[in-house]
Design a protein around this ligand. Structure first.
Ligand code: HEM
Length: 248
C-alpha cells in the first residue's frame, strides 16, 4: 500500500515538475525582449555574455557585489545543494557514474553546509526587521521546506538509518516500471513526502529563478545596440496596420 501510494505520488509529482517547468521555460523563451537593457558595464560580444553568465551562475557575481552576507550563505547553500544532488544520483543510476562516486564524500559535508546556510538565510528573514517586513509567507515556506528536507536526510545518515539499497531498488523500479517495496522508516517517508511537495511547488514558486536567470535580459544581452540595430521582425505587418496611404 505504502509503495503504491509513493510510486503514484512520485509519478504525479514528476509530471507536474517536468510539465510545469517546461511550460514556464517556454513562457520565458517566448517573451519578447526588444529593448537592449544589459546592466552596465556589459560585455560587447556573445562570448562575453557567456563568460558573464558563467560568473553569475557559478559564483553569483552580481549578488557578491550587492551584499556579502547573502552572497556567502546563498552561494554556500546552492553549492551544497549541487553536491548533495550529485551524491543522490547514485539512487537513480546503475552502474553509478564515476563522477557521482567521486562526489560521495563531499556530499555529506555539503549536506551540513546546505542546512547551516539555509538556517542563516532564514535567521536573516526573521531577525532583521527591514527584511522581516518584506518577507512573504512563501519566502518562509521555501526555507522551511528545504531545511526540513535536509534535516530529515541528515537524520537518516547519522541517527536513524534506512535501507538505502532498498531505496535505490524502489527508484530504479519506478524508472523501469518494475515496482519494488519502499522501506517504512519514518525519516525516509518524511524526506520523500517533502521532496514530492517541493517538486509540485517548484514550477509555481520563486525557485523558478534557477532557470529564469538564463532568460534575464539584463544579464543575457550584449551591449551592442549600435552594432546590431533592432529591426521589427515583420515589417509587412506593421505597414498593414499603419495609417492608410495618403495621410500625411
Ligand atoms: C527522490 C529524491 C530523493 C531521494 C530518494 C532521497 C533519499 C535520501 C536518502 C536515502 C538519504 C540518506 C543517505 C544515507 O543514509 O547515506 C538522503 C540524505 C539526504 N538528502 Fe535526500 N533524497 C531525495 C531528494 C533530496 C533533495 C531534493 C534534497 C535537497 C533539497 C535532499 C537532501 C538530502 C540531504 C541534505 C541528505 C543528507 C546528506 C546526504 O546523505 O547526502 N534529498 N536522501
Amino acid at each position: 500500500m505504502r509503495t503504491v501510494i509513493f510510486a503514484l505520488a512520485f509519478y504525479a509529482a514528476a509530471a507536474v515538475f517536468v510539465g510545469g517547468l517546461t511550460y514556464r521555460i517556454w513562457q520565458y523563451a517566448a517573451t519578447p525582449a526588444p529593448l537592449k537593457i544589459p546592466t552596465t558595464p556589459a560585455p560587447l560580444t556573445r562570448s562575453g555574455v557567456l563568460a558573464r553568465m558563467a560568473l553569475e551562475v557559478g559564483l553569483f557575481h552580481s549578488l557578491f557585489k550587492s551584499n556579502k552576507w547573502i552572497w556567502l550563505f546563498g552561494w554556500l547553500f546552492h553549492m551544497g545543494l549541487f553536491l548533495v544532488l550529485a551524491r543522490h544520483l547514485r539512487y537513480f543510476t546503475e552502474p553509478v557514474w564515476t563522477l557521482v562516486a567521486l562526489a560521495q564524500p563531499f556530499g555529506v559535508y555539503a549536506g551540513f553546509a546546505m542546512v547551516a546556510a539555509l538556517a542563516a538565510l532564514w535567521a536573516r528573514r526573521l531577525l532583521v526587521p527591514r527584511i522581516r517586513h518584506i518577507s512573504a509567507p512563501s519566502d518562509h515556506l521555501m526555507l522551511a521546506l528545504l531545511i526540513a528536507i535536509g534535516a530529515s536526510g541528515l537524520m537518516m545518515k547519522y541517527v536513524a538509518h534506512t535501507d538505502i539499497v532498498a531505496v535505490k531498488a524502489f527508484f530504479l523500479g519506478l524508472i523501469y516500471f518494475d515496482w519494488r517495496p519502499l522501506p517504512s522508516d519514518p525519516p525516509l517517508l518524511v524526506h520523500l513526502t517533502l521532496v514530492i511537495a517541493l517538486m509540485v511547488i517548484f514550477p509555481f514558486s520563486k525557485l523558478l529563478h534557477a532557470p529564469g536567470v538564463f532568460f534575464s535580459p539584463t544579464r543575457n544581452q550584449a551591449d551592442d545596440s549600435r552594432e546590431r540595430r533592432y529591426a521589427p521582425a515583420r515589417p509587412s505587418r506593421l505597414a498593414a496596420s499603419a495609417a492608410p496611404a495618403g495621410d500625411a
